[in-house]
Design a protein around this ligand. Structure first.
Ligand SMILES: NC(=O)c1ccc[n+]([C@@H]2O[C@H](COP(=O)([O-])OP(=O)(O)OC[C@H]3O[C@@H](n4cnc5c(N)ncnc54)[C@H](OP(=O)(O)O)[C@@H]3O)[C@@H](O)[C@H]2O)c1
Length: 248
């Protein structure tokens, strides 16, 4: 039986580690063709080599999602190579949390550039193709933090809430083109994400929390596969999940 994943052309930003890497592997095992994007070329190249060795198909496009032209080139190359784009997974992100009074303004800028503008550039690059195809699926990565806020997490939560708002707006606008949109909001998942925190105290707290509670990255990959694999007339708009032991 067709799993509605096999043969689909799926672009994944932030594919060099964590959730993106696990998702590329999982979707490829289900028969998807994956386009892998991140800044660390050697990481996505070695993932592509592994996927190819296992009989899958993968394209590597070094991409900084804060550069609109690079995100456009990622999607253009994918369509040139495989004839279409079925799913755009806007996953690249970072989480340098700290109290606002620390004034880590460069990190605020970075989170806005990657977590919000990176997602918008992904939408800008893929939407024209999907409109033309009259089919396609956006999966935008938010967070439990996009549903709540804690001291130290104001800017990160704001960016992740923005992803939810953008995705819901997109969902309403793309009805005429038969497109699907999914927001996935994970809780703590074991990835390199906490390494982006430069504030020593916050970093220690988050690392301890992740050590105790975090789920493996394939939890996210399974959520993505669930959303994609539903029949085309079913649009899974939002998935929110966390470790059973995670309170907030
Ligand atoms: N892990 C969690 O607990 C958790 C929970 C909720 C939401 N999330 C969200 O999940 C997404 C993936 O994070 P992760 O947990 O998998 O963390 P991760 O292991 O640190 O992965 C982050 C990915 O984003 C990429 N990235 C960062 N800046 C980029 C840029 N400017 N251009 C292109 N790619 C960039 C990184 O690749 P390069 O450095 O190679 O460019 C890397 O592949 C993020 O949006 C994060 O906010 C994670």
């Amino acid at each position: 039986m067709n799993n509605n994943i096999e043969g689909k052309v799926i672009v994944i930003t932030g594919a060099s580690s964590g959730l993106g890497e696990a998702t590329a592997r999982h979707l490829s095992e289900q028969g998807a063709i994956v386009a892998l994007a991140a800044r660390r070329t050697e990481r996505i190249q070695s993932l592509a080599d592994e996927i190819t060795k296992n009989g899958g198909k993968a394209l590597v496009v070094t991409t900084d999602v804060t550069e609109r032209d690079q995100v456009k080139e990622l999607v253009d190359k994918t369509v040139e190579g495989f004839g279409r784009i079925d799913v755009m997974i806007n996953n690249a992100g970072l989480m340098p949390q700290s109290l606002l009074e620390r004034l880590k303004v460069d990190e605020w800028d970075q989170m806005i550039d990657v977590n919000i503008k990176g997602v918008l550039y992904g939408i800008a690059a893929a939407l024209p193709y999907m409109k033309e195809q009259k089919s396609g699926h956006f999966i935008n990565v938010s967070s439990v933090a996009g549903h709540t806020v804690h001291p130290g997490g104001a800017v990160y939560s704001a960016t992740k809430r923005a992803v939810r708002t953008l995705s819901e707006g997109l969902r309403q606008e793309v009805k005429p083109y038969n497109l699907r949109t999914t927001i996935i909001s994970p809780g703590a998942v074991d990835t390199e994400l906490p390494d982006s925190i430069s504030d020593k105290e916050v970093s220690e707290n988050i690392h301890n929390f992740y050590e105790e509670h975090a789920l493996p990255a394939d939890s996210f990959a399974r959520a993505v596969a669930y959303a994609i694999s539903q029949p085309e007339d079913m649009d899974v708009n939002e998935i929110l999940y966390r470790p059973t032991s995670q309170k907030l």
